[in-house]
Structure formats: structure tokens, C-alpha cells
Design a protein around this ligand. Structure first.
Ligand SMILES: *Cc1c(COP(=O)(O)O)cnc(C)c1O
Length: 367
């Protein structure tokens, strides 16, 4: 069977290095807020090009903490509005509503699946304080127009970079394009830990300080609390593993690009709509390879019978979730169409050529 993502094989590429390091951390007796975390934070900020990188417990926490810090610093207040794509993983939106901010959904561009930047301005009101962009599927969404819109209305640009570590826009890494960015190192992400992990990057000293304090119970001096904070830490073992895997992320992303290009050049079945290969290939790290089909269910069943595992990212749009009952009556036709038609094919840095060729030929034989 061709797995959707073979995590065991991905991590066993670095077996010796990772096992040695984990044993070292185990034997050291120091498990939180130590040298592994500071080393990873330093290497991550170097990699992204940002002044600060802060390890936290997971990607949702990263986004929650960014927004919470903007509230504590007085840039936002509960009840303010944050623009967010209607086509995203639910966590982007949960981070907003968790802070009692109001998510304002904007439709995606059907060709990139990312927020349609030209539709942002019309959704801005006096209450709008930020734009949470999501580099969905690993593809950067950014433009001069977006930057100008944010400047004109004094909005923070927050990047959800959970799916796009390593992607670049005009020589800058995603995670260093806006005012702050949240990362997830969930095991299945392009840079995956062996459990939950996340990070925040920013160039703003005050924001970084507020986030570190908020993530530490609201305290920056032991037993003195300035905020009603949280506990959100990236532990030493996860930091150590991520520090090792960060060295290989560019190589892995390059393999993903090669596979994506080959899929696009070789899948010719008219029943299948292929993703766009961006003119500047660095703008995409192919976290997932998403095709569309009017016959999605039949296609998924067919591939499953041929031993090819696929996943739907995602079956239900956020505005139709029970958790957001207040939006269930709304209509976001582009987002709905995407959710009805998408199917993610296996793509990973450890796929064999036989796997890749089998996926292509089975897809081309689908009727
Ligand atoms: C994975 C993901 C998150 C959440 O990250 P966790 O580490 O699972 O909390 C947020 N946003 C997007 C777009 C994601 O893909």
C-alpha cells in the first residue's frame, strides 16, 4: 500500500542522529526550558530571518498567543475583527474566537486555494485590527497590495505558517513577511516533531517579550505575574529533534517540489484538476498535493482499491461546522466548492519512484 504519509520512514532517515540526541537529553536530567530549546529557537530565527523565535506547545497555541499578546499590548480588544480565509484549517479561526475576537471570513482564489487578497479591503471596518493569512497547502499568499492595505488601515498581518515552513516570497521566508507568524510542528507537517510542538516568529521586541511572558503563566520573574497567562512550552526532546530535522528541511522541500512538478506534467486525466505550479517555485513547499474532481468520492474509492491512500483536506468548511452555528446560514460558494472537490494525493520526501509512477498511471486510468 502507498501510505498518504510514511512518518516512520521520514524520521528513520535520521535515526542515528535523533536517537543519540534523545538519549543525551534523557540522561541530562533537564527536560524543559534548556539548551535544546534555546538552540532550536536560535536556529529557527536564523533560518526564517526573524529577530525572534519562541518555541511553544503547538501551532494553535502559537496563533492564540500572538493574538493574546496583541490584546495585552493594547493593539486589539475583545470584539475587534480579524480577517481570515474562509478556506483554512479550523485552528486558524479557533485562535481568533478563543481570544473573543471576531473572525471575518474572506473567500479564497480558486486557483491557489489561498485567501483572495483583492476581496480583503471590502471586509475592513473600523473594528478590523488584523489579517490572519494562511499559507495553505504550503503555498505563500502575500503581495505588495496586501502590505499596503494593512498599512493603510493600521492592521497587523499575522501569518499562519503551519503548512509552509521553508517557502519564500521575493527572497523572504514565509514567517517573516508580516508582523508575526505561528508555526506548527505537528508530526505530519513538513517539519514535524515526535509529538506536539509549535513556534512563533516576529521582529518586534515588545511582542516577543509579551508572548514569552504569556506562555509562562504571565510571568517573567518567578512568582510575579503581570498577565493571566497560559502554560505553553516546547520541551527539550521535541526541540532537539526539530533542531536536527531543521537542517534537512530545504532538501526535503526540494524533493516535494520535484514530485509535484512531475505529477503536474504527467497526470493528464481530464476528470482531474491539478494544482497550479507557481511561476516562482520557491513560493510553494507542497505540504500537500491537492487535486480536484467532480467525482471525488469515486476517485478516492478507486485509489483506495488500488492501494493508494488519500485524504480530504478538508471535508467541511469552517462556516458549516457545528462549532460555528452562527455562520451555518452563510454562503461561501468558492470555499464550499473546494471542500466538495478536493483530494490530497500522497507526497513526501521518502516516496519511491515506483510509488510516484503508480499514482500517476492509476490516476490516468481512472474513468
Ligand atoms: C496544523 C495546523 C494548525 C494547528 O497546529 P497544531 O500544532 O496542530 O495545533 C494551524 N493552522 C494550520 C493551517 C494547520 O495546518
Amino acid at each position: 500500500m502507498i501510505k498518504f504519509l510514511d512518518l516512520q520512514k521520514i524520521n528513520l532517515q535520521y535515526q542515528e542522529e535523533i536517537e543519540t540526541k534523545i538519549l543525551e537529553v534523557f540522561r541530562s536530567g533537564w527536560y524543559l526550558m534548556g539548551t535544546e530549546l534555546s538552540s532550536f529557537e536560535k536556529n529557527l530565527s536564523n533560518y526564517i530571518g526573524s529577530k525572534h523565535a519562541i518555541g511553544v506547545a503547538n501551532g494553535l497555541d502559537a496563533l492564540r498567543l500572538i493574538l493574546r499578546a496583541y490584546i495585552e499590548l493594547g493593539f486589539m480588544s475583545p470584539g475587534d475583527e480579524i480577517i481570515v480565509p474562509s478556506n483554512t484549517y479550523i485552528a486558524s479561526i479557533l485562535a481568533i474566537s478563543d481570544n473573543k475576537l471576531i473572525p471575518v471570513l474572506v473567500e479564497p482564489d480558486i486557483n491557489t486555494y489561498n485567501i483572495d487578497i483583492s476581496k480583503i479591503e471590502e471586509k475592513i471596518t473600523p473594528k478590523t485590527k488584523g489579517i490572519l493569512i494562511v499559507h495553505l497547502q504550503g503555498r505563500v499568499v502575500f503581495s505588495e497590495e496586501l502590505k499596503k492595505t494593512a498599512e493603510r488601515h493600521n492592521l497587523k498581518i499575522i501569518e499562519d505558517n503551519a503548512q509552509a515552513i521553508g517557502a519564500e516570497w521575493q527572497g523572504l521566508k514565509s514567517g517573516n513577511l508580516g508582523d508575526s507568524a505561528g508555526f506548527s510542528f505537528y508530526p505530519g507537517k513538513n517539519l514535524g516533531a515526535l509529538g506536539d510542538a509549535g513556534a512563533i516568529t516576529t521582529n518586534n521586541d515588545d511582542l516577543a517579550k509579551a508572548i514569552r511572558t504569556l506562555a509562562n503563566y504571565g510571568s517573567n520573574q518567578k512568582y510575579v505575574n503581570i498577565y493571566k497567562g497560559l502554560n505553553s512550552r516546547l520541551d527539550e526532546i521535541q526541540a532537539a529533534v526539530l533542531d536536527i530535522k531543521l537542517k534537512y528541511i530545504d532538501t526535503e522541500n526540494k524533493i516535494r517540489r520535484t514530485i509535484a512538478k512531475h505529477f503536474i506534467n504527467s497526470i493528464t486525466n481530464p476528470e482531474i484538476i491539478l494544482p497550479e505550479y507557481p511561476e516562482n517555485e520557491k513560493e510553494h513547499v507542497w505540504h500537500v498535493f491537492v487535486i480536484r474532481s467532480k467525482k471525488r468520492q469515486a476517485l478516492q474509492d478507486y485509489l483506495s482499491n488500488k492501494g493508494i491512500q488519500t485524504i480530504i483536506h478538508y471535508p467541511i468548511p469552517p462556516h458549516q461546522q457545528e462549532a460555528y452555528k452562527e455562520w451555518n446560514h452563510l454562503s461561501f460558494p468558492i470555499s464550499e466548492k473546494i471542500h466538495e472537490e478536493v483530494l490530497s494525493l500522497p507526497i513526501s520526501p521518502v516516496m519511491t519512484n515506483e510509488d510516484i509512477e503508480k499514482i500517476i498511471s492509476e490516476l490516468n486510468d481512472f474513468k
